[in-house]
Design a protein around this ligand. Structure first.
Ligand code: ITT
Length: 197
């Protein structure tokens, strides 16, 4: 089996990568399997820069092929926020519910769905020890709901209405999310590059 490390401690991301990569014959590991792993500071100004920082640090440390995911939600009414600060938007602790509450509060009074347009963005970086890092990006268009709905997924999924489906991302099954998400779209672009590495 081909082994790959996903440079993340986010359980929601890990589950999605496992579901997407296992059928293709990959044994997926994550930093949850390496509790003493190094901490990589996300000092980049873009999703892509942060994904590269995480992928290169972890592949160099473990001398293994590594994918890193830097992702988040960009809301047009908030000039692209929370953007690269999505994980900690409501404070230092990563608290999904507090982040959702903050976004809903900031959009109070914005009644038209069209004015609540947003997209999920996912940058992936693939790093091989000693090799050249490759990057791709995927997006998923939608709107911020007036209130949260649905139990599946993670992060902002309960308040993100997927444009094509008219349901929140949290109302989708994991199979449905993995067909249309920003992460799935980015990974589809990366798959061929993994096989060539
Ligand atoms: P790692 O750095 O360990 O990968 P993280 O959660 O800190 O974990 P990011 O810095 O990339 O990762 O922040 C991503 C945040 O964006 C995540 O915590 C969610 O709040 C949000 N997000 C990303 N993808 C999402 C998705 O598919 N559904 C809902 N929210 C998502």
């Amino acid at each position: 089996m081909k082994e790959i490390i996903i440079a993340t401690k986010n359980k929601g991301k890990v589950k999605e990568f496992e579901a997407l990569l296992a059928p293709l014959g990959y044994l997926v590991q994550s930093l949850l399997d390496y509790p003493d792993s190094i901490d990589v500071e996300e000092t980049g100004a873009t999703f892509k820069e942060n994904a590269i920082l995480k992928a290169e640090a972890i592949s160099a440390h473990y001398q293994r092929m590594t994918i890193a995911d830097d992702s988040g939600l960009a809301i047009d009414y908030l000039d692209g926020k929370p953007g690269i600060f999505s994980a900690r938007y409501a404070g230092l602790a990563k608290d999904d519910q507090a982040n959702i509450n903050k976004v809903l509060e900031e959009l109070t009074g914005v009644a038209e769905l069209e004015s609540r347009s947003a997209r999920f963005i996912c940058a992936l970086a693939l790093s091989n020890p000693g090799g050249q890092t490759k990057t791709v990006e995927g997006t998923c268009e939608g709107y911020i709901a007036m209130k949260q709905q649905g139990e599946n997924g993670f992060g902002y999924d309960p308040i993100f209405i997927v444009k094509k489906l008219n349901k929140t991302m949290a109302m989708l099954s994991k199979e449905e999310k993995n067909r249309i998400s920003h992460r799935a779209q980015a990974l589809e672009k990366l798959i061929d590059m993994i096989d060539q590495s």
